[in-house]
Design a protein around this ligand. Structure first.
Ligand code: GLA
Length: 391
């Protein structure tokens, strides 16, 4: 839906035009999986899929929220007092953002909000981060909180950690806040410094959602993080970012089998991210294939977060593309999507192979998106909008 239609919908619901618009994208991670909460390196790119938040200040202390994606549903709560979880799952993200801003000392007032998103949900493309960053971007703008993009991302991560109960790292919120069209970002998750890396123009970026029903994702995710933290303690380092393979081998006997494997993934994945920067910039598919394939294998064997559906999609793509392309799982795992690079003229081959083989092998249909990278958070005032077309 375009912004004008959404503005009309806002005015129909709230009887007054919106005053501001915040927009934040979903993301695909090219490489660097689960390294974020070990304070290592990641290389995600923002997508054109995004979440849009229209808003208008109210005279009272109520926040009233509607979503274009959930017609007939709404949520409302008061600010300036403790904010607790409500009945609506999507509403809780907004509550979590407001609660986190307040806990950080931000003073909020009442707001009417309408949300719309085209980020595929449950696909591992960060629909939650897009929601958190767009909502906090809107609160920041509406109430003059003066946050930097890094601060918006950190608050979004806290909302997810403390209110939604998922111990995620900073990657998704940071790329949603700071993404640059045409580029991936190499992010150092310890300093939060980022460097733009141009996307290759000789390769298409294809994302394939397995549509595998994700179960127990948060508890498995949190367990992996726990394993990494215990491994770091046993290795005598602050986080696995500071460990190397030699230290890991020396300490092998003091680690459980899981702790060893998780640490092995993180240490090797950090090195792979750095090795991938040049390969991406120059569109060197051979070098990209090397690091992306070994990342997938490490996620499959050491971090154990792939499922037969994502493994199968990767195999289908890799076997139809041969040396011309490469695929790996992307995001939080346990289902979700895979990311594939191939020459634009091979996209059709990938589509046909997936349509023919995936349902037969896994009993599921996949969704395929040929994507461009998009920009990070954008916020604008809409005061000049004349409010037409609200019939
Ligand atoms: C999810 C989390 C991120 C990151 C990835 C795995 O997307 O939200 O913080 O850990 O999984 O790389």
């Amino acid at each position: 839906m375009n912004t004008d239609e959404l503005k009309s919908e806002f005015e129909r619901i709230f009887q007054q035009p919106a005053q501001g618009c915040a927009r934040a994208p979903g993301r695909v991670n090219l490489i660097g999986e689960f390294t974020d909460y070990n304070l290592g390196y990641v290389m995600p790119a923002a997508l054109e899929f995004c979440t849009t938040v229209l808003y208008r200040k109210r005279d009272d202390n109520r926040v009233v929220v509607y979503s274009h994606n959930y017609p007939g549903e709404s949520d409302s709560f008061s600010v300036g007092t403790e904010i607790v979880a409500g009945e609506s799952q999507w509403g809780n993200y907004v509550r979590g953002c407001a609660a986190t801003v307040q806990a950080d000392g931000g003073v909020l007032g009442g707001l009417d909000i309408l949300i719309a998103s085209d980020v595929p949900q449950g696909a591992g493309l960060s629909s939650s981060a897009a929601l958190e960053v767009s909502v906090i971007g809107a609160l920041n703008h509406a109430f003059g909180l003066g946050y930097s993009l890094e601060k918006i991302a950190t608050l979004g991560q806290s909302a997810e950690n403390d209110f939604m109960g998922c111990s995620c790292g900073i990657m998704d919120q940071l790329i949603s806040a700071k993404g640059q069209a045409g580029h991936a970002l190499l992010i150092d998750c310890r300093s939060l410094e980022s460097n733009a890396v141009a996307m290759p123009d000789n390769l298409a970026l294809v994302i394939i959602n397995s549509n595998y029903p994700r179960k127990l994702v948060d508890s498995e995710y949190n367990q992996r993080r726990q394993d990494c933290e215990t491994a770091a303690q046993k290795l005598g380092v602050e986080t696995l970012r500071d460990a190397d393979l030699a230290t890991l081998e020396q300490a092998k006997d003091s680690l459980s089998a899981d702790e060893y494997k998780r640490a092995h993934h993180i240490i090797t994945e950090n090195a792979r991210v750095l090795a991938t920067v040049g390969a991406l910039q120059s569109g060197d598919i051979k070098a990209l294939a090397e690091s992306m394939t070994s990342s997938h294998q490490s996620l499959q064997r050491d971090f154990e977060v792939t499922v037969p559906a994502t493994d199968t999609l990767v195999e289908i793509c890799n076997s139809v593309l041969g040396e011309r392309g490469v695929a790996r799982m992307t995001g939080g795992g346990f289902g979700g999507a895979i990311v594939c690079f191939c020459p634009p003229e091979d996209v059709e081959l990938v589509k046909i192979a997936v349509a023919e083989q995936y349902p037969q092998k896994c009993g599921l249909e996949a969704d395929i998106y040929v994507c461009k990278t998009g920009a990070g958070l954008q916020v604008e005032s809409l005061k000049g909008w004349s409010g037409h077309g609200n019939g």
